[in-house]
Design a protein around this ligand. Sequence first.
Ligand SMILES: Nc1ncnc2c1ncn2[C@@H]1O[C@H](COP(=O)(O)OP(=O)(O)OP(=O)(O)O)[C@@H](O)[C@H]1O
Length: 697
Amino acid sequence: MRRSNPKCSGARKQRRLSEAQEIQLLDSWIEAGIPDPGTNPLAISAPPPDAPIGRTKDGGFSPYAGVRFFRQLPISQRTKDGLAPKYVEMSDIQRASLPHSLCGRDILGAAKTGSGKTLAFVIPVIEKLYRARWGPEDGVGGIIISPTKELAGQLFEELKTVGRLLQHMDETPNFECSQLQILVLDEADRILDAGFKTELDAIISQLPKRRQTLLFSATQTKSVKDLARLSLKDPEYISVHAESVTATPEQLTQLAIIVPLDQKLNLLWSFIKANLKSKILVFLSSCKQVKYVYEVFKKLRPGIPLKCLHGRMKQNVRMATYLQFCEETSVLFSTDVASRGLDFSAVDWVIQVDCPEDIPAYIHRVGRTARFRNAGKSLLFLMPSEKEMFTKLRAVEPKIPIKLKKAKEPVSVSALLSSLLVKFPSMQQLAQRAFVTYLKSIFLQKDKDVFDVSKLPIEDFAVSLGLSVTPKLRFLKRKSNVHRVSTETTEEVEASDEKSKVHNINAQATVRSDDVEDDVLLPKESPSFEPEGDKAELSTRILKKKKKLKINMHRPLGTRVKYDDDGNVIPPLAALADKETGDGSIDLGTVKERYEKLREAMKVRDKEDKLLHRQRLHDKRTKEKLKLKKWKEEAEEGDDRSESDENEQRNPKRTKIYFDDDDNDEVDNAKAAKRSDAVALAEQEALALELLRSMHS
Ligand SMILES: Nc1ncnc2c1ncn2[C@@H]1O[C@H](COP(=O)(O)OP(=O)(O)OP(=O)(O)O)[C@@H](O)[C@H]1O
């Protein structure tokens, strides 16, 4: 039989007593200083930092509406301890909303990205449950809904920092919500939009109507319908940056660049090569785009670690990637799964390679940089057909100060990509999927002023991805007769060829502009991976009547469009033309022969690469061994070093090797997953220990 330790139970009783006293004090303090509804605490002049806090000498309480520091708020000592020393002075949204939310009001809060909205709702949740002395037996006391798992994970970390209450709340076996005290919707406008309707309605139907509700976002809803759905009671509308001149953080430099679809990857590559020391977040429109660009760029070894994040990845790998990107200077290719709420530290650049679907999406994406008083830069790629997006961004109120820039001709990687696709046939499928899903995503976009698939250089796009055959676009054929871009028949090929030629010429005109304004966009070196490029002289003109093969013959493996003296586009695959017929049709034998040669050359090259890599690894290991040996010898000689030096000896810094082995990927992912599991395990252990300690104290 377990006996209770009288010392322990005494301490617990004492703690409960002092908690009860603290709660009573907090309740009275909150009641005494309750701000008038509709008032803005930011407009109230702040008391001096050394003014008394809490109960005053005259038996009253210090005011808390208008204060600047967390310690001046009527919140528990434990929360104050959790906040300090990192969080001392409140941000505007915190100052404006906390006095209202702490006294139980519903809040509809809007503030720019990175302005500290998370703490503005985490603190009231924790305090409400603390003051209600919520325990596991009471069921679920608070729910915070966020649009992505990464964001939920990040919120959980933030909660853990601020409120130790979670130690006994997070694993509550009683998932009963009938007593719910407080509901939070983070990124509220996203959660309230149609995509989440079914899930949200299902959750809300389980919740009691009598509760406090907090809604926060950088781009807020005011739709009465939405508010009715959530049964908000006289909410406080707190929009701290409503008067602001800009809708985005002031420390954010925003650029846009016009770039044709088939030049996007070239520009992206050039950009990365020119910014190897920067942490870069790249947004693409679909998982498949992300996967393809990540895979091929990795093989081209840009000289900076690359990562990818999308919804199809396993959760633990996603989480590990997110954590790694927080810590490491690298390039992260991502879908919009990373566009909202995520607080990656110190991102230098946000690059939107694919245009965001609307202005809120733009604001959230660029908001991954320039967070909380830090500076940051963003670059938006717009295709010539998407120029309207620029006009819309410039027209919005409050303003988005985005400037149009021109870039020099980027380094072309298309040829390298086609070589890769020959070398790694499995990548062809990735490229095809990226091609189709991208065009489909444009086709499905709602804003037709901006997104028009019929204006895109489809054939050139395929070539730019390294594809030698343009994949079929059934969805276009089925849905519309206007968009004549399907490649299912010879006639259709011809029609779209004409179109893509026109776009190609426009594209070249834009990209070749010499009017360069921004050095950061310029490549400093060419890619190290040399293509098995075809340098065949092209001489015949394109004739389109008969074609023996339905392949994209208008651009060779990624090379640029060339023109003859009369300004006509020279067909790049003319070298493959059937010389006997002389009609420009493709000779199957020549094609086969050519590919055979190419494959052979790639094999040789591959062998050389592998040898080189093995040699490098060998040299590196030898170097490390020598280093270790030297350290050991020095240590044995009794070198009295400082403790930190010794630690360094034990963990000599490893140089990272960027290599393009297929297997490395899975190994990386597995390692990342393991690391994330290890982190989770370590956290659980720490929690368990803390629990044990508190039971025995
Ligand atoms: N009062 C504060 N003092 C110092 N740092 C703070 C404070 N409040 C928040 N931060 C830090 O600012 C960063 C951004 O905060 P947070 O993620 O809450 O922004 P947000 O407004 O929710 O952004 P988003 O709209 O992108 O979700 C975080 O790193 C957070 O730790």
